[in-house]
Design a protein around this ligand. Structure first.
Ligand SMILES: [Zn+2]
Length: 271
């Protein structure tokens, strides 16, 4: 029987009679009441074959590791169908893209990071990236779903749309002090080595495509990645710092080049 474990960071759905977790949701602070922590418990944890039978509140010990996921290998006698179209290396693969921001919060549409002098924002640029990435991956035979922004979904709901995918990629641009620049790719704090492999493939491709600092692969407790059900590999890409891009031509070039690189990274991971 599975069980629940509450720590300072997260509520975990723990595997049956084990000390590793199958799913988790992060405890987060509330915007309206910063002094409080909030927790949303997915109702689907309480349906299906293995519902939790008990809960342990454990605020002292370390966060648990994710349960290793065994990938079923096809039986040797099963004929493997090979795509007949040359170059279509991603036939049968399903990718979910999440262009970040656009959530309506208190009646305000969140533009994400902005470049005020250029009048451009992260929300619109990453939405363009999603279309470029989708076209490139579909040309290789993949099925790509874009989680539309501007729909008012919570980060957890957006992440949950990764259910059943071969990978989930959240698209973002950074901003800091109008001079910092570089690309970085995040796996979740509690992400698996497979998440890090996907992040590394994408970050390596960005490093080849963009003339900016390689800030590397990092881990963070990002809400949208928390919502992606295991074992779906999930990462969040920060292609560049939009606030220090000098002009529209560079912005268009980097948006485009980064999108192509992200698609290449996904291809290298899945092919
Ligand atoms: Zn963002």
């Amino acid at each position: 029987m599975s069980w629940l474990k509450l720590t300072k960071q997260s509520l975990y759905l723990m595997g049956s009679n084990s000390n590793c977790f199958v799913k988790k949701v992060d405890v987060s602070s509330s915007n309206s009441k910063p002094s409080e922590l909030r927790l949303s418990i997915p109702l689907d944890w309480f349906s299906g074959r293995d519902v939790p039978g008990s809960m342990v509140i454990d605020l002292e010990s370390d966060e648990p590791d994710a349960c290793l996921v065994s990938v079923p290998t096809p039986a040797a006698s099963t004929p493997v169908s090979i795509a007949t179209t040359a170059g279509q290396t991603l036939v049968g693969k399903r990718i979910v893209l999440d262009p970040g921001h656009g959530e309506i919060d208190g009646g305000v549409n969140d533009p994400g990071a902005v470049n005020v002098p250029l009048g451009k924002n992260e929300r619109d640029q990453v939405r363009k990236q999603a279309d470029i990435i989708k076209a490139q991956l579909e040309a290789n035979g993949a099925t790509v779903k874009i989680v539309e922004n501007n729909t008012g979904k919570s980060l957890g709901q957006i992440g949950s749309e990764g259910q059943g995918a071969d990978c989930f990629v959240s698209l973002h641009l950074n901003a800091f002090n109008r001079s910092a620049q570089g690309h970085e790719v995040f796996a979740h704090t509690a992400g698996t080595s497979v998440d890090v492999e996907l992040a590394t493939k994408i970050n390596d491709a960005l490093d080849k495509a963009l003339p900016i600092t390689n800030r590397g692969v990092k881990r963070a407790g990002l809400g949208v990645l928390s919502g992606v059900p295991l074992p779906v590999p999930a990462v969040l890409v920060e292609s560049f710092f939009i606030d220090s891009v000098p002009d529209i031509q560079t912005l268009d070039q980097w948006t485009n080049d980064a999108a192509k690189a992200i698609a290449e990274g996904v291809e290298a991971f899945l092919a």
